[in-house]
Design a protein around this ligand. Structure first.
Ligand code: ADP
Length: 313
């Protein structure tokens, strides 16, 4: 692993009696796209805000590029970019004016400001809209402008808190292509998302539940965690016409350990040695059954297992 971009040791945040981030330990290397996942209210935003120097940790330490987030806040702010879903764009200002505003806020000298504005406009491809008021942009273009603003001072580490929430699939894909382009240039990205297809595109993932980091690693590493892919079980994807009927029927089968609905398919965890034909025969009386395929646990399966493990405690 190359030199660390983000180092977190025992980081905690308490609000009154409630601990919302609990003794978090984590390392993120330079140039990584680190995906930070977890249910709503699990402490993702609070963690990001602590790393950006916006919220003061109750306990523990964290540093970004070697700068302590609590003691060297100003230095941290100079090397990071922060973009959230509610990033403040000025709706009455044009795209160009928003960039100008943020360029000044970051204290960029006029020459540098001109240069960087041009570069970020090129990077996010917003040239055709520079004279548009930002309020008139679509959700996807607003997010690209927000990203452009967050990149003006050329941050080496960028925190993105649900950057694609509420934007359409094409705009999501475009924004992700931008994130890859940034990572290729060596920028470190720390991203929260609820979309599994986005999580799959991250180089490493962390999963936080109720303030605790449950697991961190590559998708492969997470898949090898205890309980995720038990050797004495098999996981099948089952396509079914009436998904709820198939779900109810599958749950009643004695050899089925777990069933989850994913769109028009069920993921069924059975005892090892149960043939797909048996599953088909047992479900066919309730609805038409399509393809049954043996699968490795998806990221969603992995997070469900990890979450249930926590809830059971
Ligand atoms: P996430 O980003 O994972 O949805 P948050 O970090 O926003 O989670 O919130 C974690 C918990 O901390 C939630 O229970 C939330 O209500 C609580 N919380 C966040 N900010 C504050 C605050 N300023 N004061 C009190 N509680 C807060």
């Amino acid at each position: 692993m190359s030199a660390g971009a983000i180092t977190i040791d025992g980081l905690s945040k308490r609000y009154g009696e409630k601990t919302v981030v609990r003794a978090l330990d984590l390392r993120v290397a330079r140039g990584e796209i680190f995906g930070f996942l977890g249910p709503n209210g699990s402490g993702k935003s609070t963690t990001i805000k602590m790393l950006c120097g916006l919220v003061r940790p109750t306990d523990g330490h964290a540093s970004v590029l070697g700068f302590d987030v609590a003691r060297e806040t100003e230095r941290v702010r100079r090397v990071i970019g922060y973009m959230s879903q509610s990033f403040s764009l000025y709706g009455d200002l044009t795209v160009e004016e928003n960039l100008e505003f943020y360029g000044r806020a970051y204290g960029l000298a006029p020459e540098r400001r001109r240069e960087r504005k041009r570069e970020v406009v090129d990077l996010v491809g917003i040239e055709p809209f520079v004279r548009f008021r930002s309020a008139t942009l679509s959700g996807g273009w607003k997010q690209r402008l927000a990203l452009a603003c967050a990149l003006l001072h050329e941050p080496a580490v960028v925190f993105l808190d649900e950057p694609t929430a509420g934007i359409d699939p094409v705009a999501r894909r475009d924004l992700w292509n931008l994130l890859f382009a940034l990572a290729e240039r060596g920028v470190t990205l720390f991203v929260t998302t609820h979309y599994m297809d986005e999580a799959e595109r991250c180089s490493r993932l962390g999963y936080i539940y109720d303030g605790e980091l449950v697991a961190a690693g590559t998708e492969e590493e997470l898949r090898r965690l205890p309980g995720v892919d038990p050797p004495d079980a098999a996981r099948y994807s089952v396509a079914a016409e009436e998904i709820m009927l198939a779900y109810a029927a599958a749950r009643r089968l004695p050899y089925v350990r777990d069933v989850t609905i994913f769109g028009r398919q069920l993921h069924v965890l059975t005892e090892a040695g149960v043939a797909p034909e048996r599953l088909r025969a047992d479900l066919a009386p309730v609805t038409e059954i399509g393809e049954i395929v043996r699968i490795a646990p998806s990221l969603e399966d992995i997070f469900l297992v990890l979450t249930r493990g926590r809830e059971a405690r």
